[in-house]
Design a protein around this ligand. Structure first.
Ligand code: PDD
Length: 285
């Protein structure tokens, strides 16, 4: 069954969903995006995703062709039209088509596209056994807090991980882990403290990260927001990643070294459980 895709205000069958070859998203990666998860046919933490979208747009001096209310309406219609029970809604805004010029067009006509992807989020097979990660240098630009579609370095990192037989890459800068190729990275210390990198321009401010840290504090699980080295990660008791498309996934090996006893840790499993419980309770249909 072909999907129905949203393109600039219209819902069209997938083969008819097209944008111009002159679109600045295509020519300059001049665009931003969001991925909102869908559970039980409802959007998870979508207001936070749209707030981050507004911020990304603002940082790039880009205008949205639709209000947040119009975007939510279109996201919900897309979920209904594609009969999506569990998965994600992808949304991208670019500065739109213009003759190729590094300078921004004087009168941009931004492009807005959205599509759904079906994906088992709760019964994700990776949750049971965890994934291995390899570390790679962080080759990305210096504004990783802006969620742009300039994802080539992240894509290279992910492919290098798969080629090495791992599930994902942790990117490293000056000896410290920044984040995963498309997720935030955490360790749990011997003392049971959940550690993840502090916010700044070096990482994306994950929406799942914010929820997991809030839930940790509510459940009296100690949290520290600070940078950690690859060496500290390798000697941690647990490791994990979070993102809208994976929720909480255990990491059981880093560069071939086993973390803890090589199985998903107790705190990680607990975080996944309370995250899913909270997401389920608050979906927006
Ligand atoms: N990626 N860090 C990076 C570099 C990311 O690309 C993502 C999300 C995250 C986690 O953010 P959130 O919890 O808001 O999903 C962290 C999405 C899922 C993607 O590119 O598909």
């Amino acid at each position: 069954m072909s999907r129905i895709v949203y393109v600039n205000g219209r819902f069209v069958p997938e083969p008819e969903a097209r944008v111009s070859v002159f679109d600045r998203g295509f020519l300059f990666a001049d665009g931003v995006y969001e991925v909102s998860s869908v559970l039980d046919r409802g959007l998870v933490d979508n207001a936070a995703h749209l707030a981050r979208l507004e911020r990304s747009l603002g940082e790039l001096g880009m205008a949205s062709p639709a209000s947040p209310e119009e975007i939510v309406r279109a996201q919900k219609e897309l979920i209904a039209r594609n009969d999506l029970d569990e998965g994600v809604v992808y949304l991208q805004i670019t500065r739109g088509p213009a003759d190729r010029d590094f300078a921004y067009p004087a009168e941009p006509e931004p492009t807005l596209v959205m599509f759904t992807q079906e994906k088992p989020l709760v019964d994700n097979p990776l949750a049971a056994h965890g994934i291995a990660v390899v570390t790679v240098p962080d080759l990305r630009w210096k504004r990783r807090d802006v969620k742009t579609v300039g994802l080539l370095a992240a894509s290279m990192a992910k492919q290098a991980a798969l080629d090495a037989g791992a599930g994902d890459a942790w990117m490293v800068e000056d000896g410290f882990v920044t984040e995963g190729s498309s997720n935030n990275a955490y360790i749990v210390t011997g003392g049971g403290v959940v550690v993840t990198r502090h916010l700044g321009n070096e990482i994306l401010h994950g929406i799942t990260r914010a929820a997991v840290l809030r839930l940790s504090r509510e459940h009296r699980i100690a949290v520290e927001e600070r940078a950690f080295t690859v060496e500290e990660a390798k000697s941690a008791t647990e490791a994990l990643i979070t993102s809208a498309s994976s929720f909480v996934i255990p990491v059981v090996r880093i560069d071939g070294e086993t973390i803890g006893d090589g199985r998903p840790g107790a705190i990680t499993r607990r975080l996944r459980e309370i995250y899913i419980e909270s997401a389920r309770a608050s979906v927006d249909r």
